[in-house]
Design a protein around this ligand. Structure first.
Ligand code: GDP
Ligand code: IMO
Ligand code: MG
Length: 422
């Protein structure tokens, strides 16, 4: 099978960017299939740090093509900034970064609508990244959207103006928010020059022809499966299909092309933004995870909520995605812990279960924990599985047993080289 998938099994920020960068040399093409600049994928190597929002995480590997697929929503202003960073770092991206003509564009008024709808929700707000994601996908499914391919059409400006007018009308329905339309529009139209400098492709033909000629593709997910529009903790979700099924619609490939599905999970759990999180810790342990894991959002800088690893949640997303192998990241974050816990089941109305209820918001969920001894050893320089302390091995083994999927890689630090192949 030609297309392998890397995606997040929790609420995002599992370390997808790092793992894509690590595995990318095994592939010819890395393709983002959904989401937009709500994503922040962090890569660290050779003393450098990059945070990618729209550009696939294969961009730093020479000779590899990176495709922004049709399922992605692009803010050309953010893309321009990302490209400026690549230029500054001397990365030769020019012929290696392609954009699908069918990807949709985020306009400045999409961002304003995002902010206005969030403001109107008061305490119920989603905690959106305010990058205009929801309103852009709404225009896509509402059949009003602007696509990358439209940028070169003679009536582009007219289409833009019509959609902008619609947005300005909608904004009147919400609490007023401050925005400088003229300034943002100038930036937006200026940034289109950078977008237009990239090759536009019919992504579906491009990728299928590549597959036919024997090329290998790695599909890079954004967000996490618990933020999936259909199966996540609705309404506290994002607006795209973040699960494996999204690869087919987000790139234009058949399900029969999908091979390995590599699910990424932290050795604990985090969430940024609002919504249910059964194993969240509101105590010193949660604070320690945040401190040791430097759990602050790569896109918005917001502190991430932290808690123990949640087995019912992971079994659910493993099922949805057809995960064939697991990568456990950030195990080093728990190096100092005397003990650690695994949430093995939920107790709901006195019943023990490992199934997620219809609505996690409506239920009083009490996690049932199993306690493990910590290893209290620095794992950040361990590269060989045999050198792991017994307690760390038994934690990993117990996760495999509970999740019923093999763990292929354990990540022990943010750097490209901090990895253990199991
Ligand atoms: P993504 O959105 O899934 O790509 O993840 P983010 O980049 O938003 O967040 C993951 C954070 O953890 C980043 O700051 C990474 O540099 C960092 N990271 C990734 N893997 C590890 C790891 O194994 N250990 C530690 N300590 N940090 C890691
Ligand atoms: P990566 O790819 C973590 C969260 C937001 C909010 C909800 C909806 O870096 O893992 P949106 O802006 O999509 O309307 O926000 O989803 N969210 C993420 N959380 N990582 C992400 O991406 C996220 N993208 C969106 O915090 O709760
Ligand atoms: Mg992130």
């Amino acid at each position: 099978m030609a297309v392998d998938v890397i995606l997040g099994l929790q609420w995002g920020d599992e370390g997808k960017g790092k793992i894509v960068d690590v595995l990318a040399p095994n592939y010819d093409i890395v393709a983002r299939f959904q989401g937009g600049p709500n994503a922040g994928h962090t890569l660290k190597f050779d003393g450098k740090k990059f945070v990618l929002h729209t550009i696939p995480s294969g961009i730093f590997r020479d000779h590899l093509t990176n495709l922004i697929g049709n399922g992605v929503v692009i803010d050309p202003i953010t893309l321009e900034k990302e490209i400026a960073n690549l230029k500054k770092a001397g990365v030769d991206y020019k012929s290696r970064l392609l954009v699908s003509k069918k990807a949709h564009l985020i306009m400045p008024t999409h961002r304003f609508l995002d902010a206005a709808t969030e403001a109107s929700k008061g305490k119920e707000k989603i905690g959106s990244t305010l990058r205009g994601i929801g309103p852009t996908y709404m225009d896509k499914t509402g059949r009003n959207g602007l696509r990358v391919g439209d940028v070169i059409s003679p009536n582009f400006k007219a289409k833009y103006e019509a959609l902008k007018e619609k947005h300005l009308g909608l904004l009147k329905l919400y609490p007023s928010i401050e925005f400088d339309l003229a300034a943002e529009e100038t930036k937006w139209f200026d940034s289109l020059a950078t977008l237009k400098s990239l090759p536009f492709v019919d992504g579906e033909y491009y990728i299928n022809e590549a597959i036919k000629s024997g090329k290998k593709v790695l599909a890079e997910g954004a967000q996490g499966s618990m933020l999936d529009i259909d199966f996540g903790t609705y309404p506290y979700v994002t607006s795209s299909n973040t699960i494996t099924a999204g690869v087919c619609t987000g790139l234009g490939i058949a399900p029969t092309q999908i091979g390995e599905v590599i699910g990424i999970s932290k050795a604990y759990c985090t969430r940024v933004g609002a919504g249910p999180f059964p194993t969240e810790l509101h105590d010193d342990v949660g604070e320690l995870l945040r401190k040791e894991g430097q759990e602050f959002g790569a896109t918005t800088g917001r502190p991430r909520r932290c808690g123990w690893i949640d087995i019912p949640q992971l079994r659910y997303t493993i099922m949805l995605n057809g995960v064939t192998q697991l990568v456990i990241t950030k195990i080093d974050v728990m190096d100092k812990f005397e003990t650690l816990s695994i949430g093995t089941h939920y107790s709901i109305d006195g019943e023990k279960t490992n199934a997620l209820p219809y609505d996690l918001c409506d239920q009083e969920i009490t996690p049932i924990y199993e306690e493990h001894a910590g290893w209290q050893k620095d794992l950040t320089t361990t590269t060989d599985y045999v050198d792991l302390p017994l307690t760390a091995k038994s934690y990993i083994y117990r996760l495999e047993e509970l999740l019923e999927v093999p763990i292929s890689i354990v990540s022990t630090g943010p750097n490209r080289k901090q990895l253990i192949y199991k």
